[in-house]
Write a protein that binds this ligand. Structure first.
Ligand code: AMP
Ligand code: MG
Length: 313
């Protein structure tokens, strides 16, 4: 096992060199830590899938340092230009027609590509120094909660990747909002850190909510965001207290989480570190109104009944 180097802001050039030479570097973004490889290094792109245990049919998001760089990757229509001008850099990913030269290793063979410009200074400095956009999924083992600190990255991928750039905890703590702009409808493919209502206000139309059935994001097929312990959602504080007592009476160790977007993944990981049998999560009216948080909670609480050949995100 090669040790994973832990780098900080003073070592951006070193991290960029690792990327140029075809290595893998985990980088902080405002959403979660991403596992980056240069998009012109096919072997490195394949290594992302191997390091994460990610299914080969789940495409990667291309991260650019600046909005001006998006045109080389994707074809932007008028809607995409407006969203890019007003919301990027930021936690928005757009799925658009891909430019020639954007390979199947990035798009998993689709003729579309997902693009974003992260708002984190270190991520942008790294991409700029590498001189090439990077493809970057979340830097976790597929199926585990996304990493929001360098420690989370090392816990999952230590020894499997070349370096992690430590930028401290991610401010948003939940993944980007993914919007498809391919046909006449703008489609919400994944709720995320940017509220869908902000995008709807700027486009002047409601976003169509996509299910897997109507060809949403390939990543929606897989079980995500789950810790090892069983996750159970409860609706009120009263119910939470009752359920906790009941479970403890049965001899189970319980870890209680009052979730927020910024802390959910760290809390789920903490439940596992403490070897809880059950993670009880308060999911009251206020929490349910946060579409992205509710989406991740529902996924974390899904019973472990997936087909093991299908893999994870
Ligand atoms: P992550 O793996 O956490 O980076 O999440 C990336 C998400 O974007 C996954 O749900 C992917 O399936 C989705 N995605 C990436 N590229 C595309 C694309 N071309 N079309 C639809 N969804 C995409
Ligand atoms: Mg992910």
């Amino acid at each position: 096992m090669t040790p994973t180097q832990v780098l900080d802001a003073s070592s951006i050039d070193r991290a960029a060199l690792i990327l140029r030479e075809g290595g893998l570097v985990a980088m902080p973004t405002e959403t979660v830590y991403g596992l980056a490889a240069c998009i012109d290094r096919p072997k490195a792109l394949r290594a992302i899938f191997a390091a994460k245990g990610r299914p080969a049919d789940n495409p990667l998001i291309v991260h650019c340092a600046d909005v001006a760089d998006l045109d080389a990757i994707a074809v932007l229509d008028e809607r995409a230009r407006r969203l890019a001008a007003l919301l990027m850099p930021g936690p928005l990913t757009m799925v658009l027609p891909r430019r020639e030269g954007i390979g199947d290793d990035v798009t998993a063979g689709l003729d579309t590509v997902a693009v974003r410009v992260p708002a984190h200074t270190l991520a942008r400095a790294l991409i700029r120094a590498a001189g090439c956009p990077v493809a970057a999924p979340s830097a976790n083992i597929s199926g585990r909660p996304s990493p929001t600190t360098a420690e989370h990255v090392l816990a999952d991928l230590g020894g499997r990747i070349d370096a992690v750039l430590d930028g401290g905890p991610c401010s948003e703590g939940i993944e980007s909002t993914v919007v498809g702009l391919l046909g006449p409808d703008a489609v919400l493919l994944r709720p995320g850190a940017l509220p869908a209502s902000t995008i709807e206000a700027l486009l002047g139309v409601p976003l169509r909510r996509a299910g897997i059935s109507d060809g949403g994001s390939p990543g929606l097929r897989y079980r995500h965001y789950a810790p090892a312990a069983a996750v159970e959602l409860v609706n009120t504080e009263n119910e939470l207290e009752k359920r906790k007592q009941q479970l403890e009476h049965e001899g189970r160790s319980v870890y209680v989480v009052v979730p927020s977007a910024a802390t959910l993944y760290a809390d789920l990981r903490m439940g596992d570190l403490l070897q809880a049998d059950r993670i009880l999560v308060l999911c009251d009216g206020t929490i349910r109104r946060n579409e992205a948080l509710l989406n991740r909670l529902m996924k974390a609480a899904e019973p472990f009944t997936h087909d093991t050949t299908a893999g994870h995100d």
